[in-house]
Each structure stands twice: as structure tokens, then as C-alpha cells.
Ligand binder design. Structure first.
Ligand code: FAD
Ligand code: 2HG
Ligand code: ZN
Length: 479
């Protein structure tokens, strides 16, 4: 059957706005976020209902056409991009963006999977509640993408990752079956927790069409501080101090080096006058829904202790919402700052908190030994043991060539260091198409075998996002 016959068959399932087959418009969906890979497809399908998703999957399975689910296409590992074969269609959830229900008593929100994270945050805030998931891409990433990558972000230290916020799910399986488990229950021990299979599965096990998420009380007060660290300031001890002395009211503990801050401020129109000490800087935030707590006073007392220990050389406490927002903007603009300079080779590593300093020391010497002229942008969610250890692409270098060269050599040394400290090569960005070989190299063989069996059970014909994360288990093969 020809591609145009396929397009007609899919068009019959959808209304006029539901299919894109014009090559120019298709091109906006086929390149990954980092612009390192462009795949190929003959159509982008944009279903408006769960039934349409199910019909698409049934037809694709019958025609043996692969499907790549796509949300906001903000992920970093090429998982939302089709391969080069031209035999995969993209199913974009962008038209499924309804807020289905907010339940202030159960403190939950039910949404379509294509709802943009920021819109869901705003809807929750409108009901006096907080969706405690916050990341730089929140204006474009979708809840389905957040679930499928188990997104983290800037408040994981308090509220956990997407997995921890998921109460219910609606998913279309590879044969079109709809799993309809949109419950808002906190307790439901009735067999396997099926919804969790889809968290972090990057579109390889099902297409998420709806979700119920846990909400929290909306903070009434926030204290936001910018800390300039002294040389050798112990990050893990500083975090422990803030957690203990704030009675765990901490919501954010973001580390940044001077280089990362400079990249961000260069990309901002009105940057605040913040910088780093010799040990870098940390953005700390305490938040509480109680209007009776003096969070600024608490923060000042904690910072006083940290100064007494010699860990901080200077600190600013934001005096207004505007100052808070501009400190946050610095942190959130770092990826854009890297992009404007000529991009970076990204290493989204995590190690146990106690080993963060050791990682920084060993990785620093590996980078210097590789090439003393390399520049780094290092920052991240240190509260979660997660560092973005990014090697900056020199302004005059070919970005793709340079990335390949680093990824073939230095990157593996850095991942070896993370692995030797009990860490991982992908803390929050997933595996996608780009990090499959790293999963093969660093993953436990038994775990990979289990993943293959799960993939084969959910998607025996390998229809869903084939080529991403893991290949299915074949009977008779090893692993
Ligand atoms: P996409 O990129 O479209 O897709 C991601 C994967 O999920 C793909 O494999 C795709 O096939 C699959 N998928 C998408 N939707 C569905 C669905 N409905 N059903 C099944 N599979 C689906 N990530 C973090 O964890 N923390 C951060 O702090 C963070 N900050 C970022 C800041 C910036 C500036 C940028 C550009 C990215 C950042 N990211 C961060 C990465 C990215 O935003 C997250 O991974 C996000 O969760 C991806 O959502 P998306 O809708 O864009 O998904
Ligand atoms: C962040 O924390 C994102 O800002 C992006 O996870 C990380 O671009 C990166 O390296
Ligand atoms: Zn991050």
C-alpha cells in the first residue's frame, strides 16, 4: 500500500484538523529539541479524543506502521522524533488539552495528556492549589510527556518526580485497548500498579491520553535566597542544614557555577545583579501554605548558621515577588544561554548526594586531561543528586562534529565516574534514541532483560516508538 493510501486511511478516522501531511509543516515535528537529529515521517496525526487515538493505533497495527507519540517535543534524548525510515507516523497529543476536573477536596486534577504543564499549573492555582511540578520547559511540555519521561524539575526535593504525583491514568495500548484508570484514590491495592509501567516508558508501552495528578496546598509564603558559596563549601552538608533547620520546608536547592550564571544573564534582558562565589551559587527556596510562619526570618537564621560554618560568603534574600522571579529566571535561562552560545554536550548525571563533591573533583580532572581549553556549564538539582555537567561547544566549532567527538570519548569517562560512584548516565532526561547504547553499557543485565519482557508483553509487534529505550525480547534470544 502506498503512503498516500495510508494518509487517506488515517484521514478517514480524523476530522480536517487532525492530520498534517504537508512536508513543510511536518518538518516542525521531525527534529529533536537539541537539533541534533531529523527523522522522517509521511504524516503527523493529531487526534482530538481517546477514541481517535485508539482507532489510529488499531489501524497502524493492521498496516504495520510504527507510531511515535509526541508531546511538546522538549525532551533531550530523541525519544519524540521518528527514525529515518519514513515508516513511523507521529501521533501528537496537542489537540487533547482539556482540564477535565479539579477536585479541591481530594486535591487532584484530571487532565487530557496533551495539556501543557503551565496551563495545568494555572488551573490548579485558580482553585487555590499547587501542581508541584515545575521545569524550564513548562510553557511547552505536556503532561503526557512529563509522565512518559518521569520529569523532575525544580521542586523534586520537596514533592518528588512526576511518578510521585500520578494518581490515575488513561492509556491506549498497542492493540487499541483503552486502560481507563482515571481514579483519584490515594489507596488502591488491587494488584499490579499498572499506571506506573507507563511512567518513564517514553512512548514505548502505550499512548497516555489522560492523567489524574496529586495537588498540594498553594504556598502562601515563599522565602527565596541566592547563596554565594565559598571555595570547597560542602553542598550535601549545606542541603542537610537547610532541610533540618527549616523543618523540611525546602522546595528548591539548585546549584549553579559562575559560567552557567554568566550564560543565563547574557541571555536575559534585565538580569539581576547576582553572581557566584568561588564554590558557585545556590538558589534556595522555602515555601509554606501557612501565612503564620515567618519564612524570611527562618531563612535568615539558617543562612547565618551557614555563614558561621564558613560555607557562604554572601547571600541575598529576595525582598519581593519580582526579585524572586528574577532569581528563578536566571536558573531557568541557563539552557537557553547555552543554546545561544553554540550549545553544549549534555551530561544529565546523578550520584548519591554524599558523592557529589567527589564526582565534581574527578570529572573536573577528566575534563582538564582531555583538553585543558574545554569550558563547562555545570548546574543542577543538587537537592536530588542531579547535575547537568555540560561541556560547552566552542563558538567557532561545528556543533554536531564536536558533540560526536566528546560523546565518543570524554562523555564515557564522565559516565564511568558517575557509575563508579553508584550513579547514572541519565537522571531525568530519559534514554530515548540517543542513550540506548548507554543503557546497554551501564544497565544491569537482569533489569534490561526485564524491560525487554515488559516491552514484549505490552507491544509484541513493536509498533510503539520502536528504536527507543529498549528492543523487545525475542523468544529464544539471550536477555
Ligand atoms: P516529548 O519531548 O514530546 O516526548 C518525550 C517522550 O515521551 C518521547 O519518547 C515521546 O514519545 C513520549 N511521549 C510524549 N507524550 C506522550 C504520550 N502522551 N503518551 C506516551 N508517550 C508520550 N526535564 C526534567 O525532567 N527536568 C527539568 O528540569 C527539565 N528542564 C527542561 C528545561 C528546558 C529548557 C527544556 C527544553 C527541557 C527540559 N526538560 C526537563 C526536558 C523535558 O522538558 C521533559 O523531559 C518533559 O517531560 C518532556 O515533555 P514533552 O511533552 O515535551 O515530551
Ligand atoms: C534543567 O534543569 C533542564 O534546566 C535542562 O533539565 C538541562 O539543558 C540541560 O542540560
Ligand atoms: Zn534538569
Amino acid at each position: 500500500m502506498s503512503k498516500s493510501v495510508h494518509v487517506h486511511a488515517f484521514r478517514d478516522l480524523l476530522d480536517g484538523g487532525g492530520i498534517v501531511d504537508d512536508p513543510e509543516r511536518i518538518a516542525t515535528y521531525t527534529t529533536d529539541q537539541r537539533q541534533t537529529f531529523t527523522g522522517s515521517t509521511f504524516a503527523v496525526l493529531k487526534p482530538a479524543t481517546t477514541k481517535e487515538v485508539s482507532d489510529i493505533v488499531r489501524l497502524a497495527a493492521r498496516l504495520n506502521i510504527g507510531i511515535v507519540p509526541q508531546g511538546g517535543n522538549t525532551s533531550y534524548c530523541g525519544g519524540a522524533t521518528p527514525d529515518a525510515s519514513g515508516r513511523q507516523i507521529i501521533v501528537s497529543l496537542e489537540r487533547m488539552d482539556r482540564i477535565r476536573e479539579i477536585d479541591p477536596v481530594s486535591m487532584s486534577i484530571s487532565v487530557d495528556a496533551g495539556a501543557i504543564l503551565k496551563n495545568v499549573q494555572d488551573a490548579a492555582a485558580g482553585a487555590g492549589l499547587l501542581l508541584p511540578l515545575s521545569l524550564g520547559a513548562e510553557g511547552s511540555c505536556q503532561i503526557g510527556g512529563n509522565i512518559s519521561t518521569n520529569a523532575g524539575g525544580l521542586s523534586v526535593v520537596r514533592y518528588g518526580m512526576t511518578r510521585d504525583l500520578l494518581l490515575g491514568i488513561e492509556v491506549v495500548l498497542s492493540d487499541g485497548t483503552v486502560v481507563s484508570d482515571m481514579r483519584k484514590l490515594r489507596k488502591n491495592n488491587t494488584g499490579y500498579d499498572v499506571k506506573q509501567c507507563f511512567v518513564g516508558s517514553e512512548g514505548t508501552l502505550g499512548i497516555v491520553t489522560g492523567a489524574v495528578l496529586r495537588l498540594a496546598p498553594l504556598p502562601a509564603r515563599r522565602a527565596t535566597a541566592w547563596l554565594k558559596l565559598t571555595a570547597g563549601a560542602p553542598l550535601a552538608e549545606l542541603l542537610a542544614l537547610v532541610r533540618r533547620e527549616s523543618a523540611d520546608l525546602i522546595t528548591t536547592f539548585e546549584f549553579m557555577t559562575a559560567r552557567s550564571i554568566a550564560l543565563a544573564t547574557a541571555a536575559m534582558t534585565n538580569p539581576p545583579a547576582v553572581g557566584a562565589g568561588p564554590g558557585g551559587a545556590v538558589l534556595v527556596e522555602l515555601a509554606s501554605s501557612s501565612s503564620h510562619l515567618d519564612l524570611d526570618g527562618l531563612m535568615e537564621a539558617i543562612l547565618g548558621e551557614a555563614i558561621g560554618f564558613g560555607w557562604i560568603e554572601d547571600a541575598y534574600l529576595a525582598q519581593s515577588g519580582v526579585q524572586q522571579a528574577s532569581m528563578w529566571e536566571v536558573r531557568e535561562t541557563i539552557p537557553e544561554g547555552e543554546k545561544r552560545r553554540n550549545g553544549s554536550v549534555k551530561h544529565d548525571i546523578s550520584v548519591p548526594l554524599a558523592s557529589i563533591q567527589r564526582f565534581l573533583d574527578v570529572a573536573g580532572s577528566q575534563v582538564r586531561a582531555h583538553d585543558a581549553d574545554l569550558e563547562l556549564s555545570v548546574y543542577g538539582h543538587v537537592g536530588d543528586g542531579n547535575l547537568h555537567y555540560n561541556v560547552l561547544v566552542p563558538p567557532d566549532a561545528d556543533r554536531i562534529e564536536f558533540t560526536r567527538e566528546i560523546e565518543r570519548g570524554l562523555s564515557l569517562q564522565l559516565y564511568d565516574t558517575a557509575a563508579s560512584l553508584g550513579g547514572t548516565f541519565s537522571a531525568e532526561h530519559g534514554v530515548g534514541r540517543f542513550k540506548k547504547h548507554l543503557l546497554e553499557k551501564y544497565g544491569d543485565a537482569g533489569r534490561i532483560a526485564a524491560m525487554r519482557r515488559i516491552k514484549a508483553a505490552f507491544d509484541p509487534s513493536d509498533i510503539l516508538n520502536a528504536g527507543a529505550v529498549v528492543r523487545p525480547f525475542e523468544a529464544g534470544s539471550i536477555g
